[in-house]
Design a protein around this ligand. Sequence first.
Ligand code: 13P
Ligand code: SF4
Length: 330
Amino acid sequence: MNGEHIQNMLAEKGFIDEPVSTSVKLVEEINRLKKEKNAVILSHYYVDGELQDIADYVGDSLGLSQAAAETTADIIVFVGVHFMAETAKIINPTKKVILPDLKAGCSLADSAPADKFAAFKAQYPDHKVISYINCTADLKTLTDVICTSANAVKIVESFPKDQPLIFTPDKNLGNYINSITGREMVLWDGACMVHEKYSVEKIVDLMDEHPDAEFIAHPECEKPVLLLAKYIGSTTALLGYVQKSAAKKFIVATESGILHQMIKVCPDKIFIPAPSVDSTCGCNDCSYMKLNSLQKLYICLKHELPEIILPDDVIAKAQLPIRRMLEISK
Ligand code: 13P
Ligand code: SF4
């Protein structure tokens, strides 16, 4: 049963869209329920600022999977997207993992259906498979090692130079890692709908308008965008960079949720979201991440639904490449 179907069923039964009285103090109630149920809230940098502020841990995909691996809580509430909650469940099969909105998917994960990838992989019997964590649990079962944008170079370099590799699903990150490591990994043709939509023309215009700004980008962006960047890194690396750099102004090519943390750590600096080809708001948001809300988080914690459920054999197989990544990233 797919996420959308389950979500619709829950909505029909009055969960998810349950009206919440305006007298309910959402932040207070979420914190009370969290304590009562021994739950932990893990939020990604791309969700709204109020959902980052209420989290026990806020971070990038690597940090969040490490936090999920270490938690002693009984319930993990993942304020992010489906593949992230699935990863937390795979690492913690005995814990309850819940996600405020099951429809919070990911275009990158959707771009690599496991059956199609299995046929692709069969053409390269000598190759090992590195999968970006932004993929389904089924794809993880076909993988040798998982990576995130924070540790991709390290993971690739953990293989001998003569080991042929397939990198999936993000061709942009794969291309970037090939250029850094000098490898020629075979790439699956997937991309993130947020990061592939940045407009080179609009970015160049913005750079002309703000000659004192540094342009920084996430490696999921396309090559022409990366070529313009002064610094390229994962969300955590970008956050670290803006603190170290002497510049006072930055044009940021990644989901705009990260700006919440950037403004927090550097209140005296200016952050401008890089424009997308079709954005009218001037920024570029992930519509899946933005499905999360305080109200949905409250309802999810109250009912402990919707829950991530995975077959035991998928968990057993998908756990190996994630554990390998966590081991190599220590
Ligand atoms: P990181 O969390 O690794 O920076 O990746 C960004 C992303 O696209 C998450 O969906
Ligand atoms: Fe997926 Fe891109 Fe959204 Fe990240 S930003 S969850 S990769 S669609």
